[in-house]
Design a binder for this molecule. Structure first.
Ligand SMILES: Nc1nc2c(ncn2[C@@H]2O[C@H](COP(=O)(O)OP(=O)(O)O)[C@@H](O)[C@H]2O)c(=O)[nH]1
Ligand SMILES: [Mg+2]
Length: 448
């Protein structure tokens, strides 16, 4: 799913119309600016930011460089891109304490995504070699602590909760003690939220802030609330202090105004962004990449990073070897499927391919199909996986029953495997001295 779908599709339509132009007049730029302003206002970008952005874009676009350039349309797109990067601010990484024990405190309104983000962040840090501990200090909502505990187990990170304890401050202190005792290097504090900024809650957060002196105090902001986020950020900043933001729910139809307004209006950086409900849907915030995605220019770097995170290098080489040796079995196909699933939503991945993002539109990539294929192979015996030729009608019926699907579904998977084998024969031939076609990946044979 594209990030801030509406804004992105409008802006990219506008810039696409400019891109190919060999002549750009003052009037073209004026028309473009009107459309860009409208798109930004509709995305609920703060008017001050809209004003700044418009001024920056039109000043530069009217400059001699553009009008005299051989590719003025492209120059204009470049200017819009740079202005977006500028407004999103410099990239800033998460702080790591020089003491070796980092405390990160998350706060924000109810439903902003704090608890989910706490778990996502723990996983993110764990994947980067840290040993985080999660603590919940939400003493207000029933089952809030258990929610964090379940997520912690899901991502394989230690957590501390104590549903009998009624003081958030005590919980935070106990959590810190436990984290140090467990030799963790990062403590992530999940806090309670309210529907609005509220005195009692502020006092509670302030007490935790004073006692634990966090290295990072991050406001978790739901991107869907638009520019209202600016006021909320200012309230937290003045009452407790704040070091940066994590924007959530940038997937889907979020209007995006908050992400484009918050840095300029508060001077604080966005550090991370949540792009989905799953625990691995959290990314470091790269202004240039986000600007590219907003303009539908794709984000190849993030794509490559995601792919290389999911694809085990050894595994990829092993697959290649087996392909060459023509010993690729259904078991190998299953392993490949598992890797594809590890890459996250296919549609999200594909939307990062330059130029493809918008075109995908409503095309639904059948992720269920991936799951079904996997279930079918898992219902096969090892012998069947290694030698699919033995799959006669009665075996196919048994497999279909085993995974609750139809025989046609099994047939389809076998056919897909056969197609892969055909492709591999070709691949094997190419491997013997012929030129290997560029971009040919074993995966493309899966037909997804
Ligand atoms: N689509 C999407 N949903 C999210 C994201 N982050 C959180 N959510 C959802 O937002 C809802 C509230 O999240 P929760 O962590 O309980 O919010 P809290 O009240 O701030 O702790 C849950 O249904 C989450 O799954 C995100 O980045 N994208
Ligand atoms: Mg919560």
């Amino acid at each position: 799913m594209a990030l801030f779908e509406n804004l992105s599709s409008r802006l990219s339509r506008i810039t696409d119309a400019m891109r190919g132009r060999s002549r750009v007049t003052e009037k073209d730029i004026k028309d473009m600016m009107r459309e860009i302003r409208l798109a930004l206002l509709e995305a609920d970008v703060h008017y001050q930011v809209v004003k700044d952005l418009s001024a920056e874009i039109s000043d530069k676009a009217r400059g001699a460089e553009v009008l005299q350039s051989l590719t003025p349309g492209q120059q204009v797109v470049k200017i819009v891109h740079e202005a977006l990067i500028h407004v999103l601010g410099e990239e800033e990484k998460l702080t790591v304490s020089p003491t070796g024990f980092t405390v990160i405190m998350l706060y924000g309104l109810q439903g902003a995504g704090k608890t989910t983000t706490a778990a996502k962040l723990a996983l993110y840090l764990k994947d980067r070699g840290k040993k985080p501990m999660l603590v919940s200090t939400d003493v207000h909502r029933p089952a809030a602590q258990e929610q964090l505990q379940i997520l912690a187990e899901q991502v394989g990170v230690d957590s501390y909760i104590n549903p009998d304890e009624k003081s958030a401050l005590t919980l935070a202190k106990e959590g810190e003690e436990r984290a140090r005792y467990m030799m963790c290097d990062t403590l992530i504090i999940d806090t309670a939220g309210r529907m609005t900024v509220d005195d009692q809650l502020m006092e509670e957060l302030k007490a935790i802030n004073q006692a634990l002196n966090p290295d990072e105090r991050l406001l978790v902001v739901d991107a869907m609330i638009g520019q209202e986020a600016v006021g909320i950020a200012q309230a937290f900043e003045s009452r407790i202090g704040l070091d940066g933001f994590i924007m959530t729910k940038l997937d889907g139809d979020a209007r995006g105004g908050s992400a484009l307004s918050i840095r300029r209006m508060t001077g604080k950086p966005i550090k991370m962004m949540g792009t989905g409900e799953k625990v691995n849907d959290l990314e470091a915030f790269h202004p240039d990449r986000l600007a590219s995605r907003i303009l539908g220019m794709g984000d190849v770097l993030t794509l490559i990073e995601k792919a290389s995170e999911a694809f085990d290098q050894d595994q990829a080489e092993k697959t290649l070897e087996r392909l060459k040796a023509n010993t690729f079995t259904m078991q190998d196909m299953l392993e490949q499927l598992e890797q594809i699933q590890g890459m996250g939503s296919m549609k999200e991945m594909l939307s990062m391919v330059p130029g493809l993002g918008r075109k995908l539109g409503d095309v639904d990539i059948d992720e269920k199909d991936l799951l079904r294929t996997r279930a079918i192979i898992q219902s096969m015996t090892r012998q069947e996986r290694d030698n699919p030729r033995i799959l006669n009608a009665s075996r196919r019926r048994r497999i279909a029953r085993g995974c609750g699907l139809e025989v046609q579904d099994v047939n389809r998977v076998v056919r897909r495997y056969d197609d892969m084998m055909k492709m591999m024969k070709q691949f094997g031939m190419l491997g013997q001295g012929g030129k290997r076609r560029r971009g040919r990946m074993p995966l493309s044979g899966l037909g997804f």
